[in-house]
Design a protein around this ligand. Structure first.
Ligand SMILES: [Zn+2]
Ligand SMILES: [Zn+2]
Length: 328
């Protein structure tokens, strides 16, 4: 692997990305702790209301839920759907809420919380991806002024995080769907843990700890997968944007350490690929969850490339040589 300027820049950008990932991971860990504490409080109220001597009899939870509580669940769903219309399709049928027993009411409340956390995390994660994309766009823009500027200088600019970008990452990249799927899965775990814990007579203390651990572990694992994988995606897309005017082909590059999987290794050995045919998960990063691969422009005939460059940009041979030098 030649040590070209382009490769050095890519590696620096990926290092900067990893620093930002550490920051957002810390921030999310705090939020998941808060989520867990809120859940613990709710469970405490439950035990206070339906428990006797620190345990709840399962059959007590099969009685109809308190109408006030049902009404509250409905109102909470309504206001959540109002402030997040993109999540409104997850709202349960109103008449079904009025049929819930006590156990189901608690489970529904867990599901709503999970969706609230998905909506909140969507904001944080898509803002993070917008920042990553902006930095990579500027830092790889080969004819723009910033390609040869230090990363610190690029990073010191105010990051452009627009609502349009965030919405692109939420929908086109599928961050929202990933979060919804993951959090519904987590809510299912918690619902089952809760029902089973009550059925086997768990104390409040044990129940609170089990659910709190479950919520934090699962949320964290799933969020990290999304952040890492989509970070690679955004980085690769922004790199592609930067080169697509002047290059038609690329090669696939791995981190080249012993963690690289067979799929990515095979692509690295196989290229070049056409930029116009680049498809994430097929011949373009990310190939799979936690993939951290990238792309490099490929040119088989540099003399021809430089002639074309001069013509395309009505520029000098020297300029073309300078640009070519960043890739050879
Ligand atoms: Zn791989
Ligand atoms: Zn990979």
């Amino acid at each position: 692997m030649a040590d070209t300027y382009w490769i050095k820049r890519q590696i620096d950008l990926l290092k900067a990305l990893e620093k930002d990932e550490e920051k957002i991971k810390k921030r999310l860990a705090k939020l998941y702790l808060q989520d867990a504490q809120m859940l613990e409080r709710e469970i405490a109220l439950y035990y206070a209301k339906y428990g006797e001597n620190g345990v709840i009899e399962f059959r007590k939870l099969l009685e109809a839920a308190d109408p006030v509580q049902r009404e509250q669940i409905w109102k909470n769903w309504e206001s959540f759907a109002q402030s997040h219309p993109e999540y409104a399709h997850l709202t349960p049928q109103r008449e079904n809420i009025y049929k819930l027993n006590r156990l189901e009411a608690e489970q529904e409340s867990i599901r709503l919380r999970a969706m609230e956390s998905a909506a909140r995390d969507e904001q944080l994660i898509t803002a993070h991806l917008s920042k990553v994309s902006e930095r990579t766009r500027i830092g790889t823009n080969i004819r723009g002024g910033a390609f040869h500027k230090g990363l610190a200088e690029i990073a010191s600019r105010p990051g452009r995080v627009t609502a349009a970008d965030m919405s692109y990452y939420a929908t086109t990249l599928g961050v929202r769907d990933y979060l919804i799927t993951d959090r519904l899965k987590m809510a299912k775990y918690l619902q089952t843990d809760f029902a089973q814990g009550i059925a086997r007579g768990d104390s409040y203390k044990k129940m609170a700890k089990d659910l709190s651990d479950r919520l934090q572990n699962v949320s964290r694992k799933d969020a990290h997968r999304i952040i890492y994988t989509e970070g690679t995606h955004v980085h690769a897309e922004a790199s592609k944007e930067a080169i697509k005017e002047d290059f038609t082909e690329y090669t696939f590059s791995t981190y080249n350490d012993d963690k690289v999987c067979k799929i990515c290794r095979a692509l690295e050995d196989h290229g070049p690929f056409k930029l116009s045919e680049a498809t994430a998960g097929v011949n373009f990063p990310p190939m799979h969850p936690y993939c951290r691969c990238r792309i490099e422009p490929h040119v088989s005939d540099w003399d021809k490339w430089m002639d074309d460059y001069v013509e395309r940009h009505s520029t000098t041979k020297e300029e073309a040589q300078k640009i070519a030098g960043d890739f050879r």
